[in-house]
Design a protein around this ligand. Sequence first.
Ligand code: FAD
Length: 400
Amino acid sequence: MPEPAPPSVLDRVVVVGGGLAGTRAVQELRAQGHRGRVVLVGAERHRPYDRPPLSKDLLAGRTDDTTLDVDWDALDVDLRLGVRATGLRPGMLETDAGDLEHDGLVLAVGAEPRRLPGVDDAHVHLLRTVDDARRLRAELRPGARVVVVGAGWVGAEVATAAAAAGCRTTVVEAATAPLEGALGAEAGGHTVSWYAAAGVDLRLSSAVAALGADGVTLADGTILPADVVVVGIGARPSTDWLAGTGLLRTDGGSVAVDEHLAASPGVVAVGDCSAWRSRRFGTRLHVEHWDDALQAPAVAAATLLGRDAVHDPVPYFWSDQLGHVVQFTGYHRGADLVVERGDPTGAEGWSLCWLREGRLVAVLAVDRPRDLLQARRAVAAGASPDLDRLADPAVPLKSA
Ligand code: FAD
């Protein structure tokens, strides 16, 4: 069944950001019946491409091209690549190639890597774009000394690729455990042994004092000589150009949107640059998850076109690191109980389940994809599992 004609007819929608979220916004606008003009403004010169494979298959040399499979001609979109948005006035987007009038605006500018202050970028790799990934891959040669700063999601994946390429790989992390910022020290601590097993030297509680052309100096004075330094200490929304518009949150700089993904009348935001009000978890959520960039634009397009749609997903993220498939779903902050399913020190897969007032709110599944699938449904349903059955990895999670 084709979508009914939209109640609100827009003349020209401008989508800012040529990543997955921007691409999906264009697709959804057309699929939901928008017949007016669509302009996509993207700062990168490449056609929109997928980012998760950059730190996995591309670094490993299994692919060189992750361009999204999209028929841009069929979408009838004015694709303006290599153009950067620089400011916003009501109804007018400012770019470095001139102003663009619009009556609907989608903000999908994603995020950019955090940097360490005072670092000479010429000697340091960041990993966000396909150009970053290709440049880094060229340096992952057998025997090269690679120091990765940050044992977060991207740092762990870079270390995986570097070790597999035969590099002498060290990961330096200021926190007491890998993934501590994302999952907490207890959950992240279960991944420590993976590093040694993959031949990676993990240095925890090790803050970086300085980065130079020939290596990394730690706060305790230790010098780690390096041929390649990669900084993977997280990302921040690419929203500096929106300062002063009143659209940004003061804590972190993401675009604040409501449950319909509206930032202000005629303006929606999606993907890594946004933070939406979650009815399900009773708080504002900012995630940097591929799945959210995929799903949210359907709601954002509906909102722009005047329909009543709500974004209230159970978040989902995955990572392939150090020989393990790591998947996470839900929202674990504010949980009052953590239940282990299986033995995190054993060779079999295991899961961690976070509960709040008896309800399952989040699950981390390691090498247990079935747990993840069932957990996402259970969290969505607000399930209150029996704790003994939940702790038994032989009991399907959905039956706990
Ligand atoms: P982006 O992909 O960042 O796209 C935004 C685009 O907007 C960029 O092309 C940017 O250049 C452009 N832009 C920025 N500012 C402007 C401006 N002012 N004007 C015009 N254009 C602008 N997620 C997972 O769930 N699982 C994974 O395994 C995983 N692995 C990842 C590995 C890597 C190396 C990276 C970097 C990310 C990974 N992610 C993963 C996260 C996932 O890729 C992001 O959540 C997703 O790409 C977000 O899409 P987006 O379109 O919101 O933002």
